[in-house]
Design a protein around this ligand. Structure first.
Ligand code: SF4
Ligand code: FES
Length: 248
C-alpha cells in the first residue's frame, strides 16, 4: 500500500552546500574542511541538515544534540562564523546561494568534529556556587517568600541553558581560558540578586578575582550570541556594580 504524502512533501526541496570543519584525533593532525551537498527544505534547520549528512552520507560526522528544540543547550556551534544553536537556525534564514560554514565553538579544546570538551566551561559554572545558599531558617514558617518584584530582579538570568554560546564567543575567553566567562557570571547573577539567597558576598568575592568580572571588555559578543536573548553584558555590568557597592 502506498503511503499518503505528508504536508512536508509539498514544500519544495533544493540542494545546499555545507562546509564542515572536521577533526578526528585518531587520524587528523589538524582540522580540515569537508563539503557536503544536501537536499533540504526552507523549513529545515541546520540540525536537520547535519542529521541528513550523518544518516545518508557519512555516519562518522560527530556532533552533540538532545532535545532538538532549544532547551538542552547541547548543540551550540559556529554557523557562518556566528555562535548559534543548530536546532534553532532555520535554513530559510541563511543565504543558501553560498556554502554554509559549520564548525565547533571556539576557546574550548576540540575533541572531534563539532564536539568540544565542555569540562572547563562547567568548572567555571560550578565555581560560582550556582545554587541557593541559605543557612538561616525561613522567616515566619517553612517558606522563603518572594514578591513578584523581587522575582523579576533576576528573571532574565534564570533562562540560561548552559549552551556556552556566550563564553565561546568572548575574545577574552579565547585568549585566556582561565577567565570565568559570561555564562558563569550569568549564573552567579541569577543567585546574587535572588532575595532568598544569603551567599551573594561569597560569589562577589569569587568574581572580584583577577580572572573574574573585571576581565570583561564589554564587547557585547556574548549578548549577540545568546540564543535565549539574555542581556548577558548587562548582567555582567550589574555584578560589577554589586562588587563596587557591596552586597546587593
Ligand atoms: S547566557 Fe545564553 S549563551 Fe550563555 S550559556 Fe546561557 S543560554 Fe547560552
Ligand atoms: S538540541 Fe537541545 S538546544 Fe539544540
Amino acid at each position: 500500500m502506498e503511503s499518503k504524502p505528508s504536508a512536508a512533501d509539498a514544500i519544495p526541496t533544493f540542494t545546499a552546500t555545507l562546509i564542515i570543519r572536521r577533526f578526528d584525533p585518531e587520524v587528523d593532525a589538524e582540522p580540515r574542511w569537508q563539503d557536503f551537498d544536501v537536499e533540504l527544505r526552507a523549513t529545515d534547520r541546520i540540525l536537520d541538515a547535519l542529521h541528513k549528512i550523518k544518516w545518508e552520507q557519512d555516519g562518522s560526522l560527530t556532533f552533540r544534540r538532545s532535545c532538538a528544540h532549544g532547551v538542552c543547550g547541547s548543540d551550540a556551534m559556529r554557523i557562518n562564523g556566528r555562535n548559534r544553536l543548530a536546532c534553532k537556525t532555520l535554513i530559510k534564514d541563511l543565504d543558501i546561494s553560498q556554502p554554509i560554514y559549520v564548525e565547533a565553538i571556539k576557546g574550548l579544546p576540540l575533541e572531534k568534529d563539532l564536539i568540544v570538551d565542555m569540562e572547563p566551561f562547567f568548572d567555571s559554572f560550578k565555581a560560582v556556587n550556582p545554587f541557593l545558599m541559605a543557612g538561616s531558617a525561613p522567616k515566619g514558617g517553612k517558606e522563603r517568600k518572594q514578591s513578584p518584584v523581587e522575582r523579576a530582579r533576576f528573571d532574565d538570568t534564570t533562562k540560561c541553558i548552559l549552551c556556552a554560546a556566550c563564553t565561546s564567543s568572548c575574545p577574552v575567553f579565547w585568549t585566556d581560558g582561565q577567565y570565568f566567562g559570561p555564562a558563569a557570571i550569568v549564573n552567579a547573577h541569577r543567585f546574587i540578586f535572588d532575595s532568598r539567597d544569603e551567599g551573594a558576598q561569597v560569589r562577589l568575592d569569587i568574581l572580584n578575582d583577577k580572572e573574574g568580572v573585571w576581565r570583561c571588555r564589554t564587547t557585547f559578543n556574548c549578548t549577540d550570541a545568546c540564543p535565549r536573548g539574555i542581556q548577558v553584558t548587562q548582567a555582567i555590568a550589574e555584578v560589577k556594580q554589586a562588587i563596587l557597592r557591596g552586597k546587593p
